[in-house]
Design a protein around this ligand. Structure first.
Ligand code: AMP
Ligand code: MG
Length: 405
């Protein structure tokens, strides 16, 4: 794709990014515990059958169903089989005590649960209702040795790793964590801890970006704050080419001091720099050198947050060979929202689950410089480009940022 001056729609911009991302070529092998949140780099196969052997699903008595009928539902007790025992043999015409997970003794085909039996004259008395074949877990009924459990690009959760552990997988080839350098740009930015001089503000985007990256499992590196000075920006960018991604905030627009885009264009190749979204219209994406993907995100804190979610996250997932999708759910609007159609808009919203259904409130204070509503924000309401808004009670599309509704 060539340098584009025109504004891309949200979908065009996402497609352009995904088409441009060069996925990681290298892999590394890590232990199961280290693989949490990492992306599998190969197909992962079961090393064993699960269950590994026929076993009892309950505490009870193992029998041969035919013996039950032949002996009038009363059998002498011979032996016991616990978890970890090697499978023994059920002597003909007897029953064996057995516990949940213990291997079925050879010859047994049925478990009768302990609550259903009585004891009389040294014999175990079984109910006539005992069903042949009941309370058994069959070898391989869950998965079989050699089965493909996961494909490359799967982000591994705690449950996935539990499954892989049960399947006898000890080590997992994963893609390395993307190395991501994050910087803020702007002469007005200072760190909290020092009093503000006239014209200064406290910096906030860099911290949020670093922490969101770490939540996603990235190797995020703090690149500090770079001044609005072409030479400083140039030097900084030129020293950043051994990162997989570089993310800046601020200076991405067209003002005289919006130098980030200019310097990116000079040193790298900008693929696009405007998307028809609100907030976050000025966002530049491209490459520096052969390795580094860059995002110049807008400086306004809310714009930076929205563009991170819409564009940076899918790019990072694609770099790890994963398939990303933006979760978009239906909700009922709790209030009215009016606007001029034009751009796809993302409203900060409070989403709650009421009686199993989602209800979304567009929060007051949608200015892209306003951080206050973030206290209540747990998602966005998506307003389509041609929409003039919505009314209370109408269905809207929401993008949850968390599942704490
Ligand atoms: P810019 O995109 O550089 O024109 O910045 C747009 C607005 O966002 C300005 O009001 C900046 O002061 C503010 N801003 C830029 N970078 C940051 C940052 N890292 N943290 C907080 N506000 C910022
Ligand atoms: Mg600036």
């Amino acid at each position: 794709m060539r340098y584009r001056l025109g504004m891309l729609t949200l979908e065009q911009a996402r497609d352009a990014i995904l088409a441009e991302v060069t996925p990681s070529a290298s892999t590394q092998t890590v232990s199961l515990a280290q693989a949490h949140g990492r992306f599998a780099a190969q197909e992962l196969h079961a090393q064993v059958d699960n269950p590994a052997f026929d076993n009892s699903a309950m505490d009870g008595y193992a029998v041969r169903a035919a013996d039950l009928v032949a002996a009038g539902f009363a059998l002498p007790l011979r032996g016991e089989c616990r978890c970890g025992d090697a499978p023994g043999k059920l002597a003909a015409g007897t029953t064996m005590r057995i516990f949940t997970g213990a291997p079925m003794p050879e010859g047994a085909d049925t478990i009768v649960i302990q609550e259903d039996v009585k004891f009389e004259d040294n014999r175990v008395i079984f109910p006539k209702s005992a069903q042949p074949g009941s309370h058994l877990r069959r070898r391989g009924e869950d998965f079989r040795r050699g089965d493909t459990l996961y494909r490359p690009g799967r982000k591994l959760s705690a449950y996935d790793l539990a499954l892989l552990s049960a399947a006898g997988v000890a080590e997992i080839p994963v893609y390395p964590r993307a190395r991501v350098l994050v910087a803020a740009t702007g002469d007005e930015l200072v760190a909290p801890g020092t009093p503000l001089q006239p014209g200064q503000i406290y910096e906030s985007n860099r911290l949020a970006t670093l922490l969101l990256l770490r939540e996603l499992g990235m190797d995020a590196v703090d690149g500090g704050t770079v001044r609005d000075d072409p030479a400083a920006l140039r030097a900084w960018l030129q020293s950043s080419t051994d990162y997989d991604f570089v993310i800046t905030s601020g200076g991405a627009s067209v003002g005289d001091h919006d130098l980030v885009k200019q310097v990116f264009a000079e040193i790298g190749e900008i693929k696009f720099w405007k998307a028809k979204i609100k907030p976050g219209k000025p966002i530049a994406f491209g490459r520096v050198g052969t390795r580094t993907h860059f995002f110049a995100l807008p400086g306004n804190p809310v714009s930076s947050l929205v563009t991170f979610k819409l564009f940076v996250e899918p790019a990072l997932i694609a770099w790890h060979h994963g398939a990303s999708h933006l979760p978009q759910l239906a909700a009922t609007a709790a209030n009215d929202f009016r606007r001029h159609p034009g751009r796809t808009e993302f409203l900060r919203a409070r989403i709650v689950a009421e009686g199993g259904k989602l209800v979304a409130t567009a929060l007051r204070g949608q200015g892209s410089h306003m951080l206050g509503p973030l206290r209540e924000t747990n998602g966005f309401i998506r307003v389509e480009a041609d929409s003039a808004g919505f009314q209370q009670g109408e269905s809207v599309v929401v993008i949850p940022l968390s599942t704490e509704f």
